[in-house]
Design a protein around this ligand. Structure first.
Ligand code: SAM
Ligand code: SF4
Length: 404
């Protein structure tokens, strides 16, 4: 097997993954007890200061990328994530889209997504998002019954979520929504009913996440005190398998660990991450990764909204760290992101990025994981089976530790 120390060949552009822009909006109405995203509850914010800061950040991110040898090319995706981007004033969104497209260009089918929370107020602003240039919406529905929504600390009711969905479908060709399953006490029959309702909307994309207890959240504190908030691993696995079966019957492919889509409707933005493409990240805590002069760079912005604004005002940027990935880090990124996908990792990606011409894993470990039914490896592709993706952290841990 080829060792990882092989000399990287001159990398070809990541044509399959495209070039994206991620914009982080850090504010929320309330902090959900399970959420560890960079989100903050504030009474108000200075709209002009945020517009200016994000535009300055965009200019700087492009400058920094080109200085590092990265190539500006037409954007295939712009993604407004959060936090709660549906609380972002639409004129700021419009200004960012306009500036980004002016500076980079955009592909004909450029996907421009905003995450939106389905409260009635935010639903009322969806039309303005479309006018700002958004062409895809991802709604944070999370659950379709009021008890579950209350357990998850959400600000909306199930009726509001359904209303938001109907409204979003009228306005946008591409709509997706998120649900969280595996809440304590949730039975397989209840999840099946919830999923069946979700599928009745006949959307071409759904994100279905297993409830995870993340450090630093209210749920984590409660969990540490002994409260049970999510299902056992076995029950969670039952719902995961059921989810794959039911979505498959509905014609959705389980194309990523938590994402299901009809052919051609996959989230182009997230594919950029999973296929190790290039993207810029602006806004508090945003991460960007791109290649330049044969190297891979990561750039991370200041996480605190106050520090972010202040640093941009004082220095014209809010870089917290900007560094060149090691070859090992680059390799781990390709494997850890790519193995989330049903398609897995094509060897050509490691060849393009790192000059590897064969899989650098110990063959006894590969054989063991293949025999367990969790992994499939050919000369050209390495992928986790559905069963393998259920235990992806273990699988990757074994594979990466076995690197020959
Ligand atoms: C950036 S977050 C939320 C965006 C938006 N503010 C909202 O709440 O809908 C993206 C998605 O991650 C999922 N998520 C966040 N924390 C989670 C957790 N601890 N367990 C499972 N899913 C989680 C939720 O489904 C959420 O919609
Ligand atoms: S889940 Fe969404 S709304 Fe809730 S705190 Fe996190 S980012 Fe904000």
């Amino acid at each position: 097997m080829t060792a990882l120390s092989a000399t990287p060949s001159a990398p070809a552009p990541t044509a399959e993954a495209g070039f994206g822009l991620y914009v982080h909006w850090p504010f929320c109405r309330a902090k959900c007890p399970y959420c560890d995203f960079n989100s903050h509850v504030v009474a108000d914010f200075d709209e002009d200061a945020w517009r200016q800061a994000l535009l300055t950040d965009l200019d700087h991110a492009l400058h920094q990328m080109t200085e590092a040898g990265g190539k500006i090319r037409p954007l295939s995706s712009i993604f407004f994530g959060g936090g709660t981007p549906s609380l972002m004033p639409p004129p700021i969104m419009a200004d960012i889209i306009e500036r980004a497209v002016h500076l980079c260009g955009a592909t004909d089918d450029c996907e421009i997504t905003a995450e939106a929370n389905p409260t009635s107020t935010e639903t009322a602003t969806l039309r303005a998002f479309r006018e700002a240039g958004i062409n895809r919406v991802s709604l944070g529905v999370q659950a379709l019954n009021d008890d579950a929504l209350q357990f998850l600390g959400r600000e909306h009711s199930a009726a509001e979520a359904l209303d938001a969905l109907r409204h979003a479908r009228e306005l946008f060709d591409r709509v997706s929504f998120d649900l969280i399953y595996g809440r304590v006490g949730q039975t397989a029959a209840e999840w099946e009913a919830e999923l069946t309702t979700a599928l009745s909307f006949d959307l071409d994309h759904l994100s279905l996440y297993q409830l995870t207890i993340e450090q630093g959240t209210q749920f984590y504190t409660r969990h540490r005190k002994g409260e049970i908030l999510s299902l056992s691993d076995d029950d969670m696995a039952t719902l995961y398998d059921m989810t794959a079966d039911i979505t498959k019957q509905a014609g959705l492919s389980h194309y990523e660990v938590s994402n299901y889509a009809k052919e051609g409707a996959q989230s182009r933005h997230n594919l950029i991450y999973w296929q190790t493409g290039d993207w810029l990240g602006i806004g508090p805590g945003a991460t960007g990764r791109y290649r330049g002069n044969g190297q891979r760079y990561e750039s991370v912005k200041r996480r605190s909204p106050t520090a972010y604004l202040q640093q941009i005002a004082e220095r014209g940027h809010a870089i917290d760290s900007h560094y060149q990935e090691t070859k090992e880090g680059y390799f781990e990124e390709v494997m850890m992101m790519g193995m989330r996908l049903k398609e897995g990792v094509p060897l050509i990606r490691l060849q393009d990025h790192l000059g590897l011409t064969s899989w650098p894993f110990a063959s006894d470990m590969v054989n063991q994981l293949c025999e367990a039914g969790w992994l499939e490896v050919t000369d050209t592709r390495c992928r986790a089976t559905d069963e393998g993706r259920l235990r992806l952290n273990y699988l990757l841990g074994q594979l990466l530790a076995s690197e020959a």
